[in-house]
Ligand binder design. Structure first.
Ligand code: NAD
Length: 213
């Protein structure tokens, strides 16, 4: 099935739809309406309809969507059916945690190898993934045709690692360092900044409790 270009906002809502559909009771109704999904997820039903129109054939009047087909369409759209090999660079506190997490394979991403400069961890294995010297990054990524890189080095090292990843053929980067990376236009960077997320939550609490005094 050919998919239309999907906005980042729509794409970011897709895992929520998928989890919702997968959590529906086994043996329950075979079909579901956009209105019901919207009510349960506290979203606007027009939004839900528009989002779902991007991934499949759309719902049918009075029948809605066939749940199992919709799950399959969303998984296909998110690329969950293809295991995407990724590499991780920087096996410190955060990098180690990501390597130990088993859940990424469920969303089609397999971290196949990690790199670091620290000689005391190079040559070791975490959760079955080898830690190699960063000097091997270019040859391994090019040979294995790796397209996804995860950056968990410090802020000062992130751009250099990013440049190396791009040179090695990586076109999708998940960046955890709090720095804006310069990349060519054919490379997509997703920044994940936990500190910003915490700041948003703290700000919510400050605003809520300062007005309720
Ligand atoms: P860390 O210092 O524990 O780990 C960084 C790792 O990168 C180390 O193992 C180091 O040897 C390696 N490294 C340094 N230079 C390298 C290079 N040129 N090539 C390959 N490896 C190199 O740091 P951390 O706490 O894991 O944080 C990593 C990044 O993620 C930082 O940019 C941090 O701001 C960000 N971050 C961390 C957390 C967290 O909870 N730890 C949360 C949010 C964001």
């Amino acid at each position: 099935m050919a998919f239309k270009p999907i906005s980042t906002q729509t794409l970011q809502r897709m895992p929520m739809y998928l989890n919702y559909l997968k959590d529906l009771p086994v043996g329950g109704a075979a079909n579901i309406s956009a209105t019901m999904m919207a009510d349960d997820l506290r979203l606007n039903d027009v939004q839900v309809r528009k989002d779902l129109a991007m991934v499949g054939q759309g719902g049918r009047p009075k029948i809605g969507y066939v749940v199992k087909d919709l799950i399959s369409d969303i998984e296909h759209c998110l690329g969950f059916n293809n295991i995407d090999s990724a590499v991780l660079i920087g096996v410190g506190n955060l990098g180690r945690t990501l390597l130990e997490y088993e859940g990424f394979s469920e969303c089609g991403v397999d971290i196949v190898v990690a790199f670091d400069v620290n000689q005391s961890i190079v040559g070791t294995t975490i959760n079955g993934k080898r830690i190699l010297p960063v000097s091997k990054l270019y040859s391994i990524c090019s040979r294995m045709k790796i397209k996804m890189g995860i950056i968990t080095v410090g802020t000062g090292e992130a751009q250099g690692i990013c440049d190396l990843l791009v040179k090695s053929g990586v076109v999708a980067i998940w960046n955890f360092a709090s720095v804006r990376l310069n990349v060519p236009s054919n490379v997509f960077v997703h920044n994940d900044n936990m500190t910003s997320s915490l700041a948003v939550l703290s700000n919510y609490l400050v605003e809520r409790f300062s007005t309720n005094k």
